[in-house]
Design a protein around this ligand. Structure first.
Ligand SMILES: Nc1ncnc2c1ncn2[C@@H]1O[C@H](COP(=O)(O)OP(=O)(O)O)[C@@H](O)[C@H]1O
Ligand SMILES: [Mg+2]
Length: 339
């Protein structure tokens, strides 16, 4: 048993188990998600982080059965309330999507129809899952906008998406995702395209929403500054695999995996909005590259002969895991015999 079995069912909202999602391109097999395990507790914000291409989006889409061919879940399970979403018939998972588990995308226009008023679109989200009088639905939509700090919500309901700013549109999508009071929201880089001020406001609003509703979030981002603001716990992905996991405080202050350490080094503490420094030498392998041993090995300054073997996720303390034979110590240095 791994540390993932630690929590009891009552406090757990989702359990992803040995999940692998591949894209068979004919000439190559893309292992976008490669044997991934994690859990989400009720009411927690789990940050799913990693560089672009590490498999975060595909992992999020896999949970809700939204991966399109040639992508396919080739192995594993996603348990929600004791049922495996990957084996659920279409009509049943549709009852869960947008209702018990909802998703927010980076681009609000993926979600919003340009030709329909906001209010109507929001009401449709409720109507898809609940019998409710139009008038009551409208009140619920207005309240949902209000909870996201949107002023004159009644007016916004009558607006079309193009009449709103990008930040406002994303707030509408978040409000929509919250409408049916889901247990879990999967948010895929929802603030990445927004300016830092709007981003900071939205993160603040999300924290309040979580407190008020007890909803859990999987917050997908490549931006460590965002998760340091928001997340309770972090899962770090590299090339389709989880390489590190722990509470946000632990991972950010004392990363165990050299990759996480490198990611943190590349975020300057000050002026982080002015400069982005790609500090880890080398390139992330594409998921088609077959790397013997540790996938991070070719870029790792601490790599040893042992790293030709494939490391598992390991950790002495439950829930604090790193996929590394030579995890860094609290000071960010490699173990004694490696220096
Ligand atoms: N439709 C697709 N066809 C082929 N490869 C894909 C497709 N979607 C994603 N991938 C590949 O899967 C890997 C993970 O992608 P993704 O989950 O989007 O990364 P992230 O969200 O972390 O940036 C990448 O190598 C990407 O190129
Ligand atoms: Mg992505």
């Amino acid at each position: 048993m791994t540390a993932h079995s630690k929590s009891n069912t009552a406090s757990r909202v989702l359990r992803v188990q040995s999940l692998s999602t591949h894209f068979d391109l004919g000439f190559a097999m893309v292992r976008a998600v490669d044997d991934v395990d994690f859990e989400v507790e009720r009411g927690e914000i789990l940050g799913l982080v990693g560089e672009s291409g590490s498999g975060k989006t595909v992992a999020g889409l896999s949970i809700l059965g939204l991966v399109e061919p040639p992508g396919e879940i080739i192995h594993g399970s996603v348990f929600f309330e004791g049922r495996d979403l990957t084996r659920m018939p279409d009509n049943e998972i549709r009852q869960i999507r947008g209702n018990r588990i909802s998703m927010i995308f980076q681009d609000p226009l993926t979600t919003l129809s340009p030709t329909m008023r906001i209010g109507k679109q929001m009401q449709n989200v409720i109507a898809a899952h609940h019998r409710i009088a139009r008038r009551d639905a409208r009140v619920r939509c207005r309240d949902a906008l209000g909870k996201l700090g949107i002023s004159s919500p009644e007016e916004r309901l009558n607006a079309y998406p193009h009449e709103l700013s990008g930040g406002m549109r994303q707030r509408v999508c978040i409000a929509m995702a919250m409408l049916n009071e889901p247990d879990l929201i999967i948010a895929d880089e929802p603030t990445t395209a927004l300016d830092v001020t709007t981003q900071a406001q939205i993160l603040q609003e999300i924290k309040l929403l979580r407190e008020r509703t007890g909803a859990a979030f999987i917050w997908i981002t490549h931006d460590l500054a965002v998760v340091s603001e928001l997340a309770d716990r972090l899962v770090v992905m590299y090339s389709g695999q989880i390489v590190e996991e722990g509470t946000a405080a632990e991972v950010l202050s004392a990363p165990k995996h050299p990759y996480t350490h490198g990611l943190l080094q590349s975020v300057p503490a000050h002026n982080r909005d002015l400069v982005r420094l790609p500090q880890i030498p080398g390139f992330a392998p594409t998921p088609v590259d077959r790397i013997a041993g540790c996938k991070f090995g070719p870029r790792c300054k601490y790599a040893q002969p042992k790293c030709q073997e494939r490391p598992g996720l390991q950790g002495a303390v439950s829930g604090r895991l790193a996929r590394c034979f030579f995890p860094l110590d609290e000071t960010g240095d490699p173990a004694e015999d490696m220096r």
